[in-house]
Design a protein around this ligand. Structure first.
Ligand code: NAD
Length: 492
């Protein structure tokens, strides 16, 4: 394991290139913007602001790659190229991990053990799927045969957030590329560097030029140009619910492209008094909100505890929060780094201030400066949270936990479902019947029982209600990037 000094030395040796990658080349744009690190509070690179012209070029390049090369390559060749890209991610793991850490502040120990190996593994999963998912031959009358093929849709626009910069991109690219589509990727303005490096690695892996183009820039300009583009066939998005709605509008105003959305959440974690091991449940409850600085769409930000154990359980959770080591993310012993930028830190600080008016601040709550960056927020716990308060309802996307209590199972379910979101939920109980009953009643794409935020690359992930629709991960993700095409032959 590297020390902080060694990681800092490695970071100092990196060169950062913020230029967009279109048709296999770095390009210069008229406008650029600074990419400020929340770790150093300094600019890492000047990043291309891609306008309509660059987005048009990227889409034309991806269209040509789709028509002439990538979708026509043999499944074996596409599979080989994606496996090679996965290998290159692993052989460049330290660099990619550092790019994400410097861009958005996650601890280096998480980037090296979760984000980077996870991205490589997901790419391998979809590479292997290429020759294992087939079409259908349904039953027809004699003298007829109907072939139902899964065909790629063309050019995919992928717009992703900053909380898992490389991994969110791979969740989209893996199935989109495996299905034979080409991709125009638009990373978040806060975290473009690993996606840009990935585009270079894709070329090295043998993906033809234009198969993966990366356009950088602001959401309102570059993101909107991707969403509105008339020659993009599918738009896959991960980000906030508000922006997800814009993409539905962009589709209607342009070419009715298919839109798939993974949006926000306010996931509840229900802890019943019959939980077998409250210490363990508290450790998981803390992890479920404080991991990745709370910048996780499925973070269990509402903790619902049965009244008879509420006081005891709150104390156990606060004890866990006290164990978190807030610090410079290049220190491998750090377990919580800075938030992504000053905007997000200010936003979270405002939620804490409004929470302090409506509820009891039981732990944390301060904004802290470390090594010149004021983007750090202590793990924060509120109790006595009123049901109607902002911190009980709005997605904060930071390390802020709201604890509420309930008296009956029915009340717990009612509070949990009283949300515009439906991404994830957790339930803690030793009663098997209750585990099934409550899981069935919760409106959430994933319900984790006696654990939190259960996730696997072969298991579909996504939400109900305003958390979006369509599923990432698993073979089901291929559904978003393929169409069913029938060829019906009457041969007699
Ligand atoms: P965001 O919605 O602000 O931005 C996401 C992406 O959309 C970025 O690339 C951004 O540039 C782009 N964008 C922003 N405004 C746009 C516009 N007007 N038109 C077109 N594109 C635009 O989200 P964020 O702050 O980057 O990420 C945090 C959000 O992402 C949270 O709400 C979180 O819950 C959500 N998220 C969801 C999942 C999931 O799988 N459900 C996973 C991670 C994050």
């Amino acid at each position: 394991m590297k020390t902080r000094d060694e990681w800092e030395k490695a970071a100092a040796g990196l060169s950062f290139d913020g230029r967009a990658v279109i048709n296999g080349k770095r390009i210069d744009t008229e406008k650029t913007s600074e990419d400020i690190s929340p770790v150093t509070a300094k600019s890492l690179a000047d990043v291309s602001e891609c306008g309509q012209r660059e987005v048009d070029q990227a889409v034309a390049s991806s269209r040509a790659a789709f028509d002439n090369s990538w979708s026509r390559m043999s499944p074996g060749s596409r599979k080989g190229a994606l496996h090679k890209l996965s290998e290159l991610i692993l052989s460049n793991a330290d660099e990619l991990a550092l790019l994400d850490v410097l861009d958005m502040g996650k601890p280096i120990s998480d980037a090296t053990t979760i984000d980077i190996p996870g991205s490589a593994a997901i790419l391998n999963f979809y590479a292997e799927a290429i020759d294992k998912v087939s079409g259908e031959i349904p039953v027809t009358d004699p003298g007829n045969v109907a072939l139902v093929k899964r065909v790629p849709l063309g050019v995919v626009g992928a717009v992703v957030p900053w909380n898992y910069p490389l991994e969110m991109a791979i969740w989209k690219l893996g199935p989109a590329l495996a299905a034979g589509n080409t991709v125009v990727l638009k990373p978040a303005e806060q975290s473009p560097l690993s996606s840009l490096r990935l585009a270079e690695l894709a070329l090295e892996a043998g993906l033809p030029e234009g198969t993966l183009n990366v356009v950088t820039g602001q959401g309102e300009t570059t993101g909107a140009a991707v969403g509105l583009h008339p020659d993009i066939d599918v738009l896959t998005f991960t980000g906030s619910t508000q922006v997800g709605k814009y993409f539905m509008k962009y589709s209607g105003e342009s070419n009715m492209k298919q839109v798939w959305l993974e949006c926000g959440g306010k996931s509840p974690n229900l802890v019943f008094a019959d939980t077998a091991n409250l210490e363990e449940a508290a450790e998981f409850a803390a992890r479920a909100i404080f991991f990745n600085q709370g910048e996780v769409c499925s973070a269990n930000s509402r903790l619902l505890v049965e009244k008879s154990i509420a006081e005891q359980f709150t104390e156990l959770v606060i004890n866990q929060a006290k164990k978190i080591k807030l610090g410079n993310p290049l220190d491998p012993t750090t377990t919580m780094g800075p938030l992504v930028d000053r905007n997000q830190t200010g936003r979270v600080a405002e939620f804490i201030s409004s929470g302090s008016d409506s509820s009891k601040l039981a732990h944390g709550g301060s904004r802290i400066t470390i090594d010149g960056s004021d983007c750090y927020i202590e793990p924060t716990v509120f109790t006595d949270v009123p049901l109607q308060s902002s911190i009980a309802n709005d997605e904060i996307f930071g390390p802020v936990l709201s604890i509420l209590s309930f008296e009956t199972e029915a009340e717990a379910i009612s509070i949990a479902n009283n949300s515009i979101y439906g991404l994830a939920a957790s339930v803690w109980t030793s009663n098997l019947g209750r585990a099934h009953r409550v899981s069935d009643a919760l409106h959430a794409g994933t319900v984790s029982v006696n654990t939190v935020d259960a996730l696997g690359m072969n298991i579909p992930f996504g939400g109900f209600k305003q958390s979006g629709f369509g599923r990432d991960l698993s073979l089901h993700a291929l559904d978003k990037f393929t169409g069913l095409k029938t060829t019906w032959i009457r041969y007699e």
